[in-house]
Design a protein around this ligand. Structure first.
Ligand SMILES: Cc1ncc(COP(=O)(O)O)c(C=O)c1O
Length: 499
């Protein structure tokens, strides 16, 4: 007992001493102020050197190898306009990939900034938790007006990964509420990327991206993607290959037991692996298979949506009606973060009754400022007919990029709309690809570096076989296609010679 009292006494003394601790003088805030804060207060533009120093000390970038930045400078992007952006040294780049497949309407549109400011002054923020707001309501109505037939409800998120996560959770709850509680598994395609949260990463078909985070959410299964370039030797026609690939979806549903399979996620044009397209028959068959086994078909149009492939949504181009559609990026042309899951009325039906609710949401999902920016962005899309521009020019873009096929390193040029991949090979005749070490040297050692020097920003990616990817703003035309081709020609030629 005596011991306990002395411990309590110590505790009280400790607390008293904390309260007696000298209060920080008022000037402490000034002592704490950072060099960049000081510069801002003094109205001085931070220099490249100031930004570099601070970035190296404090920044942890996404999907980034940081070792080079212990010594070398990291690129710091300071401004953008049209299809160009500038770094902190003043160097200009052609934004060949719409920053991250996102800035579809191009950079620097004051109208979108004004829409954000107007919305902030009117209603800065309110969550979509038990309440709606005008910008969200109008955006939901507008999205549904562009969406494939059958979709009628919108659940807002802050990006594509959250929308995929939402789709899976909704599929599970829907089947639990409608008498099929065992339906919870999902199928996705090999090498596809669907996001990084635990659920969305579990949907992702790229083992190297997952291995540090295993065990992930169980119950996801992979089916083949539609990489026609690599299948050509085994099938007489692309249709024949597409039928084979669609049959693998049915096979996997049967392997796993249809009573346990809830959904199949696919990107109509798959980004990861390099812009895999499919003939219409693939989508027709997949739709039929999903109907047959009551499996929900989810179109992940995070990249494909908002004109990227020449129609507002890619599902429209391929003429199929998904049960759910995920979209994000191009909705605001990335001026503000937002994502959405659109669903059919059938999936909403159980939520119309009794005390049912979907216990799921995000603080910033459908943020009014993002919604207002999206509406202004979609006005730009309509007034400038950006989707029509892509549909009219996709053939010319493809033809310009196909000129690169005369280079020994270019094995394939594929894609749709303003979304193309150039696959790089060691031997065009045998289609032999580069091994991991060679791919590392080719993409990160040579190509990225050379393209950066030449002022072309595009993606060199080896999540599948090595590819260079292009997804420029939807505003560009033939002059810019030529510029891209010329820069790429020089860089690819040099890369080949360096091998
Ligand atoms: C097809 C696809 N799905 C999902 C995502 C994840 O989107 P976010 O980064 O907005 O979560 C991406 C991102 O690039 C994507 O390309």
């Amino acid at each position: 007992m005596a011991t306990k009292e002395s411990q309590a006494g110590k505790l009280v003394r400790g607390i008293k001493s904390v309260f007696k601790a000298p209060v920080k003088p008022a000037s402490a805030a000034a002592d704490r102020a950072t060099p960049l804060q000081d510069a801002r207060k003094a109205g001085i533009e931070p220099t490249h050197e100031m930004l570099q120093k601070s970035a190296k000390e404090h920044m942890f970038l996404h999907f980034t190898r940081h070792s080079p930045y212990q010594k070398a400078d990291m690129p710091i992007i300071t401004r953008a306009s049209g299809h160009h952006f500038w770094d902190s040294t003043g160097k200009r780049y052609f934004d060949g990939i719409s920053s991250l497949f996102s800035v579809n309407a191009g950079h620097g549109r004051e109208r979108l900034a004004e829409a954000a400011a107007k919305q902030m002054k009117e209603l800065d923020y309110f969550p979509l938790w038990s309440h709606a707001h005008p910008a969200g309501i109008e955006l939901a109505e507008r999205l549904i007006s562009y969406a494939p037939k059958g979709l009628s409800r919108v659940f807002f998120t802050t990006g594509g990964g959250e929308a995929n996560e939402t789709a899976w959770k909704l599929a599970k709850q829907y089947f639990k509420m409608t008498g099929k509680p065992m339906k919870h598994k999902v199928l996705t395609r090999a090498v596809a990327y669907h996001g990084t949260s635990h659920g969305a990463l579990s949907l992702t078909g790229i083992p190297s991206m997952k291995k540090m985070f295993e065990p992930l959410v169980p119950s996801t299964f992979r089916v083949p993607n539609t990489n026609w370039y690599r299948a050509q030797d085994d099938f007489a026609t692309e249709e024949e290959f597409a039928i084979w690939a669609a049959n693998r979806v049915e096979e996997m549903i049967l392997f796993e037991d249809p009573d346990t399979v809830a959904a199949f996620f696919l990107e109509p044009v798959q980004n990861s692996g390099g812009c895999f397209t499919s003939p219409k028959i693939y989508f027709d068959m997949v739709r039929e298979i999903c109907n047959k086994y009551d499996v929900l078909l989810v179109a992940d149009e995070t990249i494909d949506g908002f004109g990227r492939i020449g129609t507002m949504f890619a599902s429209e181009l391929y003429g199929f009606e998904p049960d759910m559609l995920v979209c994000a990026k191009g909705m605001t042309s990335a001026y503000a973060p937002i994502g959405a899951l659109m669903i059919s009325e059938r999936l909403f039906e159980p939520f119309k009754h009794g005390t049912t609710l979907f216990p799921h949401g995000y603080t910033y999902g459908g943020h009014p400022v993002s919604a207002a920016v999206a509406l202004a962005n979609l006005d730009v899309f309509e007034e400038e007919d950006l989707v029509g521009n892509v549909a009219r020019n996709t053939g010319a873009f493809r033809a310009t990029l196909e000129k690169l096929k005369d280079l020994p390193i270019v094995g394939d040029v594929r894609g749709e709309g303003y979304f193309f991949a150039i696959e790089l090979v060691k031997d065009k005749n045998t289609k032999e690809t580069f091994n991991d070490a060679e791919s590392e040297k080719l993409l990160r050692g040579i190509l990225s570096h050379r393209m950066f020097e030449e002022g072309l920003y595009c993606r060199s990616d080896d999540r599948g076989d090595p590819v260079v990817q292009l997804a420029p703003p939807l505003t560009i035309g033939q002059d810019e296609f030529n510029e891209i081709e010329q820069i790429l020609r020089g860089c690819l030629d040099e890369a080949w010679r360096a091998f």
